[in-house]
Design a protein around this ligand. Structure first.
Ligand SMILES: [Zn+2]
Ligand SMILES: [Zn+2]
Ligand SMILES: [Zn+2]
Ligand SMILES: [Zn+2]
Length: 500
């Protein structure tokens, strides 16, 4: 049947018009056309199903790719961590891996791009199919084109899927290879590292053992040396003791510090101070002394350490330091600062004496020493006997200022003068660094008498005591007196301390 079909426009709608056929043929043809349409619809449905399947496969592929990507990402993270902890030798290998990772990532990105494109095309096709379906009128030519197009699309899609799957497989293999390489490298590095650590530990152990041995030897030597030194010191002390005994002057019982040392013909020594001339006799054996001196004794004197003679002091001092030590020795005897107490006490025991033993100490009566920060005020309440022409001494008052002990004495010797002075528990040199002001004042009448000087040292000469410090005439003193609540007279001494 020779028929031609063409597209004609009718009422603004395009429809296919068949020419050159009779009415009967037209009916047959329409039947055929209906059949073809139905078949075509079936095919289209099948294609749709296939497309859906392909779509599913693609999304599955995509899903797997995503999983692979996830794995790669984790591997990347793992690689980063391992990179950080691996030693320098694995850095190069890691760099290569990183390069590969980047390449793989790029390839993956490309694959993804292609997939997206495919999806886009599929969408377009679906839209086309839908359009065709809705049109419900299909040109044969268009149908063929459509068939071909769909087939081409399908083929292309299939090929692309195959290609993508192959790419995926390749990527997977690369990933596995990379992972294997990494694991191997890690294993190798770990083994290497462990070996190195074990080696270093062994070396360290050996070195420590060696050092300990050496140390042990040194300790041994040190102990031996200490023992030797101890023995030597003992011998030396013994020798010095014997020499000192031999050198002790039988008259003054002191060991001379300066020469010459006189000897009798029997070798007994007498110090220069106790030597009574060539006609005198030896105090030990009574033979004539003459002018013999001992060069040996003088040499020994120059070279031995002299023990301190003060009771309780264990210090040994060189000859040239002996005089200085005598002045500063903590066990040197000092006279109690209380005027009525004549006791001689070791310097370091004086505070104890003042507080616990002295019979003329205010500190003992009150069981405390006054601790002062600023000026100190000391009250004296009088008996009537101060008017009599006899020595009146008050209990010594002890004060502590900035860690130093000061003793205030008030005296009224027979006659018309009173005197007040302050001593410090220290040597003359120490006292010179301090200043103390002694003031007696009567504010109502506006009377003041004051004196400022260095405190006197504890070993103050007795004759100075009566005229030292603040001296006040008896007539002036009378003006300073005030009436106490008990009816007796009293006066106040104010003390100010300073360091210069
Ligand atoms: Zn002597
Ligand atoms: Zn003699
Ligand atoms: Zn001493
Ligand atoms: Zn005393």
């Amino acid at each position: 049947m020779n028929t031609t079909a063409k597209m004609v426009e009718e009422n603004g709608r395009v429809r296919r018009h068949v020419e050159g056929v009779g009415k009967q043929d037209q009916g047959v043809y329409e039947q055929l056309e209906r059949n073809v349409k139905e078949n075509f619809l079936v095919i289209l449905q099948q294609k749709d199903v296939e497309l859906l399947k392909a779509d599913e496969e693609l999304s599955r592929g995509e899903h797997e790719l995503n999983e692979t990507k996830e794995k790669l990402k984790k591997s990347e993270e793992k690689l980063v961590i391992e990179k950080n902890i691996s030693d320098r030798n694995s850095l190069e290998v890691l760099k290569n891996f990183t390069k590969r990772e980047i390449e793989l990532s790029l390839e993956l990105n490309e694959g993804n791009q292609k997939l997206v494109e495919k999806e886009e095309e599929l969408k377009e096709n679906t839209v086309k199919h839908e359009k065709l379906e809705s049109e419900n009128e299909i040109d044969f030519k268009l149908r063929d084109e459509m068939f071909n197009h769909v087939a081409n699309e399908e083929e292309e899609l299939r090929q692309k899927t195959v290609k993508l799957l192959a790419e995926k497989e390749e990527l997977k293999q690369k990933y596995e290879k990379c992972e294997k390489l990494m694991a191997e490298s890690w294993k190798q590095n770990t083994v290497k590292h462990e070996k190195l650590v074990a080696k270093k530990q062994e070396e360290l152990k050996q070195k420590t053992a060696k050092h300990e041995q050496e140390l042990q030897k040194i300790y041994q030597k040190l102990t031996e040396k200490e023992e030797e030194l101890k023995q030597d010191t003992l011998k030396h002390a013994k020798l010095v003791g014997v020499l000192e005994e031999r050198m002790e002057c039988p008259v003054c019982l002191d060991i001379p510090t300066t020469g010459p040392v006189y000897t009798c013909s029997n070798g007994h020594c007498v110090c220069a101070a106790c030597y009574r001339g060539p006609r005198s006799n030896c105090p030990s054996c009574r033979v004539r002394m003459f002018r013999n001196t001992s060069l040996l004794a003088a040499t020994i004197l120059q070279n031995i350490e002299h023990s301190c003679r003060n009771q309780g002091c264990l210090q040994k001092v060189a000859k040239e330091e002996k005089e200085e030590h005598k002045k500063a020795c903590l066990f040197r005897l000092v006279t109690c600062p209380a005027f009525s107490c004549k006791e001689k006490v070791a310097f370091c025991h004086l505070v104890d004496h003042i507080l616990n033993q002295c019979g003329s100490s205010m500190a003992k009566i009150k069981s405390t020493i006054i601790d002062v920060k600023g000026p100190a005020y000391c009250n004296y309440i009088l008996n009537n006997c101060y008017l009599e022409d006899v020595l009146e001494s008050f209990n010594v008052i002890t004060l502590c200022w900035e860690g130093k002990y000061f003793f205030l004495t008030a005296l009224k010797p027979p006659g018309s003068l009173w005197n007040f002075y302050v001593q410090m528990l220290g040597s003359l040199e120490e006292c010179m660094r301090y200043r103390v002001s002694i003031t007696i004042e009567e504010k109502v009448r506006g009377l003041v008498q004051t004196v400022c000087s260095a405190p006197f040292p504890i070993n103050m000469e007795a004759r100075v005591k009566r005229e030292a410090g603040l001296v006040v005439r008896s007539t002036s003193m009378e003006g300073m007196l005030r009436q106490h609540a008990s009816g007796r007279d009293f006066f106040t001494i104010k003390l100010d301390f300073a360091v210069i």
